[in-house]
Ligand binder design. Structure first.
Ligand SMILES: [Zn+2]
Length: 336
């Protein structure tokens, strides 16, 4: 399968080999981030604007176009546009089916619209899938042919790189690592299922656990840190309390780390990967608090022969992972 259009887009092969730039777009629920990059993953120029999704998809699309136009006026040297979107996409036809954080973005033919506008090839992917690709080509996974990227922030997403290719699944939806059911009696997840990794270990789960414990009368430094108002609990406060040795906060991270570790166990048993790259605000900001329990759960529950030499490391590219994944997508439109 190919990331190229099934309708026979001739893609990059017909383009001038001397071209050397890529336009990368990270379409998020709150921000549209765009960058002009060279094909080696160096960001030359970047422009970010609020998405203002409430104004509708045509307004959002007009802002994407305006951002891209402001990046360069020398289109002869741009190989293509890569765009990562939150939600479900058809990466071959370049259609975004739905994005919960961008209401009104339903069945939007992003590839075709960008190609009509700029007359160069455009490639579309799920944002977490592209972040996986970015980390593998330019970040923590350079030189590693098999890795699984997991981003842990307000939600949990990911991407699977198998034998140097982004694994897309039959319809392009693969890598929804946050919606593995880990507790059949667990809380209800946004996806409709129960006990998903996301509802057990993403940022809101940590905050919810802290609020419930405080409301139940549990002693904790968090009570003073939030001014005795559990509604004001944030991930940053829980991190601060845990670093200061607070028992409740440390338990909350240990529990989240345990579930993340269990998620990696299942992924390892399914995919036999070499490297797990963990990104997103929760993982990066609290790496010291989470990684020991993640590693312990992984070691305890993965079959011994399958955990040997597997590494679990923090992501390196931060918020730029998706942009650089978009560069990789245009560089190598994933013939697989
Ligand atoms: Zn779910």
């Amino acid at each position: 399968m190919s990331w190229r259009s099934k309708e026979g887009d001739e893609g990059r092969k017909t383009k001038d080999e001397g071209l050397s730039f890529v336009v990368a777009v990270d379409l998020g629920g709150t921000q549209i981030r765009t960058a002009l990059c060279d094909t080696n993953g160096n960001i030359i120029k970047r422009i970010a604007t609020p998405a203002r999704a409430e104004e509708g998809i045509e307004a959002v699309f007009a802002r994407i176009v305006a951002n891209i136009r402001a990046l360069t006026d020398d289109w002869s040297r741009v190989n293509g546009i890569g765009l990562g979107a939150p939600g479900t996409t058809d990466p071959w036809r370049g259609i975004i089916f739905e994005a919960p954080n961008l209401p009104g973005l339903m069945d939007f033919p992003m590839k075709a619209r960008l190609e009509d506008e700029f007359h160069i090839p455009a490639f579309i992917g799920n944002d977490a899938n592209l972040a996986a690709l970015g980390e593998q080509r330019f970040g923590a996974g350079r030189g590693v042919a098999n890795l699984i990227y997991v981003t842990i922030s307000t939600g949990i997403g990911g991407g699977i790189i198998a034998n140097n290719h982004l694994f897309l699944g039959a319809r392009g939806f693969a890598g929804e690592v946050g919606h593995q059911t880990l507790d059949a009696n667990g809380p209800r997840c946004n996806c409709g299922n129960v006990g998903c990794l996301e509802v057990l270990a993403a940022g809101p789960a940590l905050e919810r656990a802290a609020r419930e414990a405080l409301r139940a009368g549990r002693a904790s430094q968090l009570r003073a840190l939030c001014g005795d108002d559990p509604a004001r609990i944030t991930g940053a406060l829980i991190t601060q309390a845990a670093r200061a040795g607070d028992e409740l906060a440390r338990e909350i991270f240990a529990r989240a780390g345990f579930y993340i570790g269990l998620g990696l166990v299942s992924l390892q048993h399914n995919f036999d990967t070499e490297l797990f790259v963990l990104g997103g605000g929760v993982a990066i900001n609290a790496w010291d608090l989470l990684s020991p329990t993640i590693q312990a759960a992984f070691d305890a529950y993965t079959m011994p022969s399958m955990r040997r030499d597997v590494r679990i490391v923090p992501a390196q590219l931060g918020d730029d992972a998706g942009l650089l994944g978009a560069v990789a997508l245009v560089n190598e439109p994933m013939n697989q």
